[in-house]
Design a binder for this molecule. Structure first.
Ligand SMILES: [Fe+2]
Ligand SMILES: [Fe+2]
Length: 209
């Protein structure tokens, strides 16, 4: 049996990234960029998103794809190459946005930032669909328990790790919310879910997005 029996966390996280891009676009559209506190909140929200996306790709690039490469067929290795190339392509778009969100001011061209977010959404959406369809089955076929456990440990150490689960549930349907919290063992969930949910609400309020 595969060490990665359930790929729903990956799929649901992809959907959360795409929702977050829309959220950032809405936040940007209504933000008064002449207000320093508003700028700081928006930048903080973007930073959370950017770090989470980088961390997600770093985990895949470190623990999922390399570990299965030597066992994969030539056709499967070609898919793994495409996964690497698509992650690389996202880095360039993210670097531009990282710069834009770290230099927000009254003269920021909102339309230009929105267009970059649109571009990111399109590229990320295509990559996510490709990974879910072709990349994940290869990982599931070959990944060792050791690599998968290391991947899960890496994810638990993500920046703002305590915000990730409630963020994945924000805007998701009930079944996705249940599946997300279902990753925690029940006794841990009972303790942590309210704490994490409160923390995420506070974060959202502070960012104003
Ligand atoms: Fe992914
Ligand atoms: Fe990926």
């Amino acid at each position: 049996m595969s060490a990665m029996r359930d790929a729903s966390m990956n799929t649901n996280m992809h959907a959360a990234f795409l929702r977050e891009i829309s959220r950032l676009q809405s936040g940007l559209a209504t933000a008064d960029l002449g207000d320093a506190a508003v700028r700081a909140g928006l930048a903080r929200r973007y930073q959370f998103f950017s770090q989470a996306l980088h961390h997600h790709h770093q985990g895949e690039d470190t623990y999922l794809f390399p570990g299965v490469r030597s066992k994969a067929s030539p056709a499967e290795q070609a898919v793994l190459d495409e996964m690497d190339a698509e992650h690389e392509g996202l880095v360039d778009t993210l670097a531009v946005l990282d710069d834009q969100f770290s230099h927000l001011d009254q003269s920021t061209d909102k339309a230009a930032v929105t267009a970059r977010l649109d571009e990111l959404s399109q590229v990320l959406s295509a990559h996510a669909a490709h990974e879910e369809r072709d990349g994940v089955p290869i990982v599931q076929k070959y990944i060792s328990d050791e690599d998968f456990n290391a991947f899960m440990k890496f994810n638990r150490g993500a920046p703002d790790a305590s915000l990730i689960m409630p963020w994945m549930c924000d805007g998701a349907d009930a079944s996705v919310q249940a599946a997300t919290w279902g990753n925690l063992p029940a006794p841990v969930r009972i303790f942590l879910k309210p704490i994490m949910t409160r923390k995420y609400s506070k974060f959202t309020k502070e960012c104003g997005v």
